[in-house]
Design a protein around this ligand. Structure first.
Ligand code: ZN
Length: 330
């Protein structure tokens, strides 16, 4: 179909006069959609969402990310321009529970094609060390009855959002993102389907590499500053001991430090992991006190020049290597 045939001659002449020559550069019916380049204007909240949008959207999408590379995403604040620009998006991909500021702004933007990745898989509660209430372990139980009646906000507060670090859950999210893009932009459904399949195949291969790579190890316990690896640990039979909590900048309590000391001794853990986007002071002090090594385990909340790989798949592979080394893989 030639889209120009549907446009009155006067309008075409006007568009050309205004320099909107992209109309003629577009090959098919997609000229009517999205921005002036005919691409679907996608806004992603932070790197793991960006990667999905780019891989699955391919050449049919133009992706903007709210979290700049190198910024710690959890306490991101949006500029008025970012908040205002959200309502111009054709499609928003975010993960509720990671960035409160984004959750609010997305809700207010009211964009029809808004996809919450948390709804495309199942979230779990990984205990008090991933919650916001360190040292208040009883709190959740006391208020448990409220959750039963569907006070969604309170229930979600205890749920761990770091699903992208489990290749299996991430693949589930990828499937859902693919379907939602097919719906948002049906003209390119076949390509979205194809790209989704290719990505899921890669994620399955990554899952197999983790499964076999972590099968036989001297210890199953790893210590990390940022408790981002709960789903990964569960998937591959490991135990994550988080020094602080979900907020990588939080200072651990002296009691938690004591606990980590005994855990490290009992589990024969060798390494204290820290991440690239947050301070490594706590990890280094603790490792020194315990006579352990330090290493980098990247929660993939952003990609920078310092990341141990150019994209999600590469960094996940280097995380696997780091885990194998720390756990004594045979
Ligand atoms: Zn995190």
């Amino acid at each position: 179909m030639n889209v120009r045939r549907l446009i009155p001659t006067a309008a075409v002449a006007g568009a050309v006069a205004l320099g909107l020559t992209t109309l003629s550069a577009c090959s098919s019916s997609d000229a009517a959609e999205g921005g002036s380049d005919g691409k679907l204007n996608v806004v992603a909240s932070f790197y793991p969402m960006q990667f999905l949008a780019e891989e699955i959207g391919g050449s049919h999408v133009s992706v903007t990310t709210l979290t700049k590379p190198g910024t710690e995403p959890h306490d991101l604040e949006l500029s008025p321009r970012q908040t205002g620009g959200l309502s111009d998006a054709d499609y928003i991909l975010f993960l509720k529970g990671v960035q409160p500021a984004v959750d609010d702004a997305v809700e207010q933007a009211g964009v029809k094609n808004t996809v919450d990745a948390a709804k495309l898989t199942t979230l779990e509660n990984h205990g008090s060390e991933v919650g916001h209430d360190h040292g208040h372990e009883e709190e959740g139980e006391e208020h448990g009855h409220e959750g039963e009646h569907g006070h969604e906000g309170e229930e979600e507060a205890g749920l761990d959002p770091h699903i992208w670090l489990d290749p299996v859950k991430y693949a589930e999210v990828a499937e859902g993102v693919g379907k939602s893009l097919e719906k948002a932009d049906p003209d390119h459904a076949a390509d979205y389907r194809k790209n989704t399949d290719a990505l899921v195949t890669e994620l399955n291969a990554l899952d197999t590499a983790y499964e076999t790579g972590l099968k036989n190890t001297s210890t199953k316990t790893f210590i990390t500053t940022h408790s981002a690896f709960g789903y990964l640990a569960e998937r591959y039979g490991l135990t994550q001991e988080g020094i602080a909590g979900i907020d990588p900048e939080a200072e651990p309590s002296p009691a938690r430090i004591d606990e980590i000391h005994s855990v490290a001794e009992e589990s024969k853990a060798t390494t204290v992991f820290f991440e690239t986007l947050a301070s490594d002071k706590t990890a280094k002090t603790l490792a020194k006190d315990l006579g352990l090594k330090t290493g980098v385990l990247d929660p993939l909340e952003g990609i920078t020049d310092k990341s141990a790989g150019a994209d999600y798949i590469e960094v996940m592979k280097s995380n696997l290597t780091a885990l194998q080394k720390a756990l004594g893989a045979k």
